[in-house]
Design a protein around this ligand. Structure first.
Ligand SMILES: CC(=O)SCCNC(=O)CCNC(=O)[C@H](O)C(C)(C)COP(=O)(O)OP(=O)(O)OC[C@H]1O[C@@H](n2cnc3c(N)ncnc32)[C@H](O)[C@@H]1OP(=O)(O)O
Ligand SMILES: O=C([O-])CC(=O)C(=O)O
Length: 373
């Protein structure tokens, strides 16, 4: 019985090997291919991290320039994909729009050969912010936007399409850091979804479509939106404290706190928290940040729980004028790199993922004809 409880949710069990990432290993909280997350967030461009994850090593300057140029060229959307996105209603969740868009792209640009997997991953990386903003601006404002911008960064491109003007240097910098922080995290639920799908020898678009569905839930990527919905209802830190205590008394979860692997801290939190503070100061409005800090204090005091990567992302994104419903889709634009890198890794050493289950149903029974039940 003790064993069964321990194995709930496969917690703590190894489900395979990876050379991509360490999570919660002593000495360093999070590394991508051996590079510490703090170092990457301070020094790297997101595109450089994407290259590292997808191709296995850091690029030279020439390689990075070529890589970025390729991503910039691949931002356009085929007309049939635009028409499909135009059918997705404004009140759909943007994650569903991305799920549909990714699936449709898989129909138009089907992955036929293993040798093309890298091209398809890069294409998805370039096109995901375009799909999201094309749908958002069309469904909410009736605008058919041009998705081919010449912004060099994925984050800058995203903000440009969303706001219809190039991003400020500060906002482009924060988006860069955010995309790096969200890029990869070992065998989390959405990545594991992608790997299970890859293990059947399915195509990349199916793996990514499934992973989007897993990321959407509030216990995973959807927590950044849920955290925003929560903190935005509190007028000041004192009402926030009261609200958290009430939720805890009602045994409700506080979104953006806790983690399946980390025990003391999520190393991404300190980094995004610092940028959220910078954005608040830049805007001259620290209200949401102050509320967030109080929630953080109360959760540590009452539950010994710490904010995960999602919590301060809520205020950071809000300060950049990003609508709440686009928070988790931004996570997709980043985690796509981790998902695809894991698909490649799975394919390179594949065996179909098929665990066993502990049967807890009835013993074998006699069949009762329908008229006698
Ligand atoms: C980028 C990401 O995906 S990070 C994760 C984003 N998700 C969230 O922020 C959602 C809120 N957090 C949670 O639901 C959980 O902490 C998860 C899903 C992240 C991890 O789940 P688990 O590994 O099952 O959590 P864990 O075993 O550490 O929980 C231990 C205890 O703390 C409680 N707990 C964990 N997180 C929270 C929380 N956010 N608020 C209140 N209580 C919590 C659990 O209910 C559990 O209590 P119990 O022992 O009385 O049942
Ligand atoms: O690792 C996890 O379970 C969730 C997480 O933090 C992530 O995917 O970034």
């Amino acid at each position: 019985m003790a064993e069964a409880i321990k194995s709930t949710g496969l917690r703590g069990q190894s489900a395979g090997s990876t050379a991509l990432c360490t999570v919660g290993k002593s000495g360093s909280g999070l590394t991508y291919r051996g590079y510490d997350i703090q170092t990457l967030a301070e020094n790297a461009r997101f595109e450089e991290v994407a290259y590292l994850l997808l191709k296995g090593r850091l690029p030279t300057q020439d390689e990075l320039d070529d890589y970025i140029a390729g991503l910039v060229r691949a931002r356009g959307l085929p007309d049939p994909l635009k028409r499909v996105l135009e059918q997705v209603p404004a009140d759909a969740h943007p994650m569903d729009a991305l799920r549909t868009g990714t699936s449709m792209l898989g129909n138009l640009e089907t992955e036929q050969r293993l040798e093309d997997q890298q091209w398809h991953a890069d294409r998805l990386l370039a096109a995901m912010p375009s799909m999201l903003n094309y749908w958002y601006r069309y469904s909410h404002y009736g605008e058919r936007i041009e998705t081919q911008t010449d912004d060099v960064s994925v984050g800058g491109h995203f903000l440009h399409l969303l706001h219809g003007k190039p991003a400020s240097e500060l906002h482009a910098r924060v988006m860069n850091v955010s995309l790096i922080l969200y890029a990869e995290h070992e065998f989390n639920a959405s990545t594991f979804t992608a790997r299970v799908c890859a293990s059947t020898l399915s195509d990349l678009h199916s793996c990514v479509t499934g992973a989007i569905g897993s990321l959407r839930g509030p216990l995973h990527g959807g927590a950044n939106e849920a955290a925003m919905a929560m903190i935005s209802q509190w007028a000041n830190p004192d009402t926030a404290e009261q609200g958290v205590l009430e939720r805890l008394a009602a045994k409700e979860k506080i979104m953006g706190f806790g983690h399946a692997v980390y025990r003391d801290a999520d190393p991404r939190n300190a980094i995004i928290k610092q940028w959220a503070r910078r954005l608040a100061d830049d805007l001259g409005d620290t209200h949401l940040y102050d509320v967030s800090e109080r929630v953080d204090e109360v959760m540590r005091r009452e539950k010994h729980l710490f904010p995960n990567a999602d919590f301060y992302h809520a205020s950071a994104y809000h300060y950049m004028g990003i609508p709440t419903k686009l928070f988790t889709p931004i996570f997709v634009c980043s985690r796509l790199t981790g998902w695809c890198a894991h698909v490649f890794e799975q394919r390179a050493n594949n065996r179909i993922i098929r665990p066993s289950a502990d049967y807890i149903g009835p013993e074998q029974r006699d069949w009762v004809p329908i008229g006698e039940r």
